[in-house]
Design a binder for this molecule. Structure first.
Ligand code: UGY
Ligand code: MN
Length: 260
């Protein structure tokens, strides 16, 4: 059964899908076509895996609808994996051994390695979340801490000196952290200043609007609720188009040297 559209049986129209998968380079994954996965520990949740090592990512992104009473009491993360949870819609109680938070739209929770993250939806309405998991890369005596916040409490700053592109950083810029999450906002007609080429990977979830996006020198139309995976060195950038701001949430590894 489809994840978002609950599609079963035959479809009236043609079989078609805007998703594009180029393993090891990039992927555009639209909500239509995603299927539900059964993953131990998740109760009353519809869950689908977006990025994974099988796609060419070093991290895992999950899109999850947490239904009434939905939860994970098994705990997410372990002695080597860190976890980041972002609430796209709805409300969710999230905690680890350090902190507890009632997250609303735009709320997030980071749990370092060794501190399992638990969540529960005690509301009638569904909560939609993006969950990110990766192997933490230790650096000397730096130790990451549990962090929780909401993007609505963070000020935008100009992105690379442009008047119509804005960015927010969700985690501290500190060597204790080996990745960050950002919000990037393009006013209609705004664009990147150049097509980027960099070693860092991204998983990007589009929160609002429409964009024309370049991936490895191919152009794609993307819109709210589409997901984009960009592998290391994937050429990337785009324009905000249409009447609404084009806004996406994305992860980016940082603060670590490469090994030979
Ligand atoms: O931070 C970034 O690398 C970001 N500007 N990339 C992107 O939007 N594709
Ligand atoms: Mn980038």
């Amino acid at each position: 059964m489809g994840y978002i559209n609950n599609q079963t049986g035959y479809r009236h129209g043609l079989l078609e899908n805007r998703s594009v998968i180029k393993k090891g380079m990039y992927a555009v994954i639209t909500p239509d076509g995603l299927v539900k996965n059964n993953i131990y520990g998740y109760e009353n949740c519809d869950i689908s895996i977006l990025s994974s090592p099988k796609l060419g990512a070093s991290f895992i992104d999950y899109i999850i609808t947490v239904k009434d009473g939905g939860k994970n009491m098994e705990g997410i993360g372990n002695e080597t994996d860190e976890v980041f949870l972002f609430v796209i819609e709805g409300q969710l109680e999230v905690y680890n051994c350090d902190k507890k938070a009632e997250l609303k739209n735009g709320g997030y929770f980071y749990s370092p390695l060794g501190k399992k993250l638990y969540f529960e939806n005690s509301k009638k309405d569904n909560a939609k979340i993006l969950l990110y998991k990766r192997k933490y890369k230790k650096l000397k005596n730096f130790n990451p801490e549990t962090i929780t916040g909401n993007i609505n409490d963070i000020e935008y700053r100009k992105f690379e000196e442009m008047d119509n592109v804005f960015i927010k950083d969700l985690l501290p810029s500190d060597f204790a952290y080996d990745f960050n999450f950002h919000i990037l906002c393009f006013k209609s007609g705004a664009s990147h200043g150049y097509l980027e080429t960099h070693i860092q990977e991204h998983g990007a979830y589009i929160l609002s609007g429409k964009g024309m996006y370049n991936l490895d020198n191919n152009w794609y139309m993307v819109e709210k609720d589409d997901y984009i995976f960009m592998a290391s060195y994937c050429i990337q950038g785009g324009y905000g188009v249409g009447k609404d701001d084009f806004i996406y949430l994305y992860s980016k590894d940082c603060n670590r040297d490469e090994e030979i």
